[in-house]
Design a protein around this ligand. Structure first.
Ligand code: GLC
Length: 728
């Protein structure tokens, strides 16, 4: 019989075998009080006595839907699909893809009585969501020692809330990280980086962050800087900082296996790298620097050592970090390459193996083979364990090393940390992006599903490479993607080295102007985005929300082409090329259609729930305000070109209500970490309709009073708009 604990009301966690502490839960499962117990009959668990594998199976009703599963490819409703949670560097995200960079095993079954299931196993977990048998959800765990959380609640929102109470409060980055990030693989030298900053300024594009991709390193040796390309990184970062732009640098886990490279020599001498099964010979696999070894992040001493390395870059003025390739990605091993070369050589001798040769040419299959990971060991809780038993935690533990080090250096400050690979639990201390997408319209559409699913699974601060990573973006694709990303928590334009330049200014004047409008819109609504993001995270709720979460009449609509951005804004991004019209479905009630521009949002017309068609010329960004909301914005978005400059004193607000509406203005310094919403410095603005018209009140609570100027545009459902001003 498995063991059972109930760490949170209506959450039952069952433990099978002897699981390790994966860090998925906010509090350690070793501290919970466990008693013997069995899962309810509707959730059948079968364990194999011979190999310790197990299957969880749940009968599905005809209309049941399955949402969640964090980073995946496919529709928002996962039903009918199969998935394999085994973190991998999968660089072509087609519908055939089963495994992505992360493993987030949170399933939300939507039915009359919804329920959440979370499977905590760091090994491969495969999910058959009613594909093989339409009436069964089957989750297979490949290694012994795992946990199953069953989360009950009266609504999907309540279940997600409990899931987040169980797994912990989502990560909140510093305010500057909400700004616009510009990246490329790579801005290869100082001049290229300075040129990005200059171009942003010259073209009036607000910019808070530039990313340094792998070329800043010396021969891709991690934690080094190529001094011929970046002779004075300290000066560069200081100059940019002056202008409100920060640098974020990429780090990969593979350490170049090269005698004389101090990090390699030291790690080797200390026994910090993963070995093969004999526990002696170092496992070598090739990544960007060529033959590399991989730190064993499962050990606390290795994490501590690795985390300390980031301080060198911090001392050069790097403000945030981007941990990449940490599934880990392995291009080949010396053995697999040798074998490959041998085969090609022998095939070249005769035409006998032409079929094999041609299939090897089109699909060399050298990269990221499962068998590579099967070869190396980790030391997990003092015991040697093969990678496959704990695979999905590798990137998370690398990122934990970084997060712990950053917290040690500046305990009361928030940090910016981005990771490609992730496991549940990492959502408490880092952001993720959706990896190497393509400049395809299909991937623009996929971005919406991924924002919703990742937010549901706890990764609130996430986003995709705006414009697409691989391939050439068209001007219109970049415009539409920038318009979507204006509402995405993480907003970064990034592209790969052989694609055409993709910065907003790399196309024509029209594209530049349209991208500028979208980015400025983001900066204009920043008080809303930042405030509601923080409020969502601290109240353990998703920030980007599928419509089905908040609106009863949307329960059956698992359509991934519209979303709520915070509680007040319904966003209906345009996802098709050359679209001139867009169909939008609005939940019951009245909505205020907004005009969205560089200046922010203002009211346009009141629309009732149901189907509506909009004209959507290339500049239009369809947004609707929910009845009862007040959206705070910066009064002058052109001045808000850098978020480092502090909290504005002048705001514009757009409201829609027949009675009253309120909103929060965060008054923090942008960096200090607060554990609760109550502690966060803020004020509440309330607008009420009385007999004599509208009145405004500002409540500073425990925060220090400060002079604020508010310009308010209020709408009601009788379609009248009023303008008022207030000062404190
Ligand atoms: C990986 C990352 C990508 C980065 C590239 C080079 O493909 O996913 O974002 O630009 O490596 O470092």
């Amino acid at each position: 019989m498995p063991n059972l604990a109930t760490p949170i009301p209506l959450v039952s966690v069952f433990s099978f075998g002897s699981p390790i502490d994966t860090g998925a839960f906010a509090s350690s499962p070793f501290a919970w009080s466990w008693t013997p117990g069995t899962p309810p009959a509707w959730c059948r668990v079968t364990e194999s006595a011979s190999d310790g594998t197990a299957e969880v199976s749940v009968a599905l009703g005809k209309a049941d839907k399955i949402a969640g599963l964090g980073l995946h490819v496919g529709p928002l409703n996962c039903r009918g699909n199969t998935f394999c949670l085994f973190s991998t560097d999968n660089s072509v995200h087609t519908p055939a893809v089963r495994s992505m960079y992360g493993a987030h095993s949170f399933h939300l079954i939507l039915r009359e009585k919804p329920v959440g299931l979370f499977v905590d196993s760091p090994s491969e977990v495969t999910i058959d969501a009613g594909c093989t048998r339409r009436d069964t959800l089957s989750i297979r765990v490949s290694e012994p020692g795992w946990r199953l959380a069953i989360i009950e609640g009266s609504s999907p929102t309540e279940i997600i809330h409990r899931y987040l109470l169980l797994t912990g409060t989502p990560y909140i980055p510093p305010r500057w990280a909400f700004g616009f990030h510009q990246s490329r693989w790579s801005y290869e030298n100082e001049a290229a980086v300075r040129e990005v900053a200059e171009s942003a300024l010259a073209n009036d594009i607000p910019l808070d962050v530039i990313h340094l991709d792998i070329h800043y390193m010396d021969g891709y040796r991690v934690f080094t800087v190529d001094e011929s390309r970046f002779p004075n990184l300290e000066k560069l970062s200081a100059d940019l900082f002056e202008r409100g732009i920060r640098l974020v640098s990429i780090l990969d886990p593979g350490v170049k296996a090269e005698k004389g490279f101090p990090l390699y020599d030291e790690g080797k001498a200390k026994g910090f790298f993963c070995t093969k099964a004999d526990g002696k010979e170092l496992f070598e696999g090739a990544v960007w620097p060529g033959r590399s070894v991989f730190p064993d992040f499962f050990r606390a001493d290795v994490r501590h050592w690795w985390g300390a390395q980031y301080r060198k870059l911090q001392s050069m003025g790097i403000s945030g970090f981007w941990n990449d390739m940490n599934e880990p990605a392995i291009f080949y091993t010396p053995e697999s390459l040798g074998e490959f070369a041998q085969k090609i050589d022998s095939y070249s001798q005769s035409d006998e193996h032409l079929d094999e040769l041609s299939s090897m040419i089109s699909r060399p299959g050298l990269g990221n083979r499962r068998s590579y990971c099967e070869q190396f060991l980790h030391e997990v809780e003092g015991e040697p364990r093969p990678n496959k038993a704990v695979h999905n935690l590798y990137g998370t533990l690398m990122t934990k090393a970084t997060a712990d080090s950053l917290a040690e250096t500046a305990p009361n400050k928030r940090h910016f940390l981005l990771s490609r690979s992730s496991y549940t639990g990492m959502h408490r201390y880092a952001a993720i992006w959706t990896g190497d997408n393509h400049s395809w319209w299909e991937h623009l559409a996929l971005n919406v599903q991924q924002l919703i699913s990742l937010n549901m699974s706890g990764f609130l601060f996430c986003g995709a490479d705006t414009g697409g990573f691989w391939g050439d973006s068209s001007p219109d694709l970049l415009v539409r993607w920038t318009q979507l990303s204006a509402f995405s928590p993480f907003c970064r334009n990034h592209s790969c080295l052989d694609s055409r330049r993709q910065e907003p200014w790399a196309f024509d004047q029209e594209t530049l102007g349209l991208c500028r409008d979208a980015i400025k819109l983001r900066y204009a609504i920043m008080p809303y985005l930042y405030g509601e993001f923080v409020r969502a995270a601290l109240s353990c709720q998703p920030f980007i929300r599928g419509l089905f979460l908040d609106h009863d009449d949307a329960r059956d609509r698992l359509t991934g082409d519209q979303f709520m951005c915070g509680p007040s804004l319904l966003v209906a991004p345009v996802l098709e090329p050359a679209a001139t019209q867009r169909h939008v479905w609005l939940p019951r009630g009245a909505w205020l259609e907004a005009s969205a521009s560089a200046a922010g949002l203002s009211g346009k017309r009141v629309v009732s729930g149901g189907d509506t068609r909009l004209e959507v010329g290339i500049g239009s960004m369809p947004v609707f305000l929910r009845n009862g909301s007040l959206v705070p914005m910066a009064a002058d978005s052109s001045a808000a070109s850098s978020l480092s400059k502090g909290v504005p004193n002048r705001y514009k607000l757009l409201g829609f209500t027949d009675t009253e509406a309120s909103c929060w203005l965060l008054l923090d310094d942008g960096e200090t970490a607060y554990k609760t919403w109550e502690e966060w410095p803020k004020c509440e603005v309330k607008v009420c309709r009385g007999n004599n018209g509208w009145s405004v009140a500002v409540d500073f609570g425990a925060a220090k009073r400060r002079p604020l100027e508010l310009e308010i545009e209020m709408w009601d459902s009788s379609v009248s708009a009023s303008r008022l001003t207030a000062r404190t």
